[in-house]
Design a protein around this ligand. Structure first.
Ligand SMILES: [Fe+2]
Length: 230
């Protein structure tokens, strides 16, 4: 993806998020220059992958296959192992009409996906087989605490205010319908560098073509701009 396109998506997303009465935390607006002056006190943001995360999943066509994410909070895998500390994560997502997040599951993460406003959110669901293919078995999910059992490949439509629980190993793909959708995600601690199994072998983070300076940093930029990043 071109950096200029990512900057445009950031400006656009910020306006969309504000239009829904939601606000991002202060570190969302730190410029590369501000980041360069930060010390050890911001290590949590870097190590937990908090911040802007915009991806075309390597498709080269963000409008068709892509997702806007902002990780508001996240914990550490070490805390998860000892079952103490910050064991949770929260993200804000934006998906446009017909903009698909490709079919994937998480080996470890269970997540609630929440329609926070805008259009409808369509989520297609399959169980996974032991060899990580699509299963043809019926899928049982919880939609705001109400259990539903649906045929393989069914699409659940979440209207604003509704949410669904997606457990580990449950394949899901989603996109907006009618209007752009502001989506919330509440999950267990999450490491996106290792916990995504895409059915079609797509990439999780985009390659960036630097055609202008970054407006704000993506989580994948921290290693380059934050002096204490490993
Ligand atoms: Fe997911």
């Amino acid at each position: 993806m071109k950096r200029s396109a990512i900057n445009t998506i950031m400006r656009d997303a910020d306006a969309f998020i504000r239009s829904h009465g939601f606000l991002l935390p202060p570190f969302a607006y730190w410029t590369p220059e501000v980041w360069a002056g930060k010390g050890d006190e911001v290590r949590e943001i870097v190590e937990c992958g908090m911040g802007w995360d915009i991806t075309d999943f390597g498709s080269g066509d963000y409008e068709k296959i892509g997702l806007f994410l902002f990780t508001i909070r996240n914990g550490r895998q070490a805390d998860l192992k000892r079952m103490r500390g910050k064991l949770y994560a929260e993200k804000l997502l934006i998906t446009d009409v017909g903009q698909v997040t490709p079919m994937h599951f998480h080996w470890n993460k269970s997540e609630d996906i929440i329609n926070r406003g805008g259009g409808d959110l369509v989520i297609q669901l399959y169980n996974s087989t032991s060899d990580e293919r699509l299963a043809d078995t019926a899928v049982t999910v919880s939609v705001d605490g109400v259990r539903r059992t649906l045929p393989a490949g069914s699409k659940v439509v979440l209207t604003p205010g509704e949410s669904i629980t997606l457990v580990d190993h449950l394949y899901h793909a989603f996109w907006g319908e009618g209007r752009r959708v502001l989506v919330g995600e509440v999950s267990v601690v999450n490491d996106d560098t290792v916990d995504n199994r895409f059915l079609a072998g797509v990439g999780r983070f985009p390659a960036i073509e630097e055609d202008e300076p970054p407006l704000y940093l993506l989580t994948q930029d921290y290693a380059r701009y934050y002096s204490l990043a490993r």
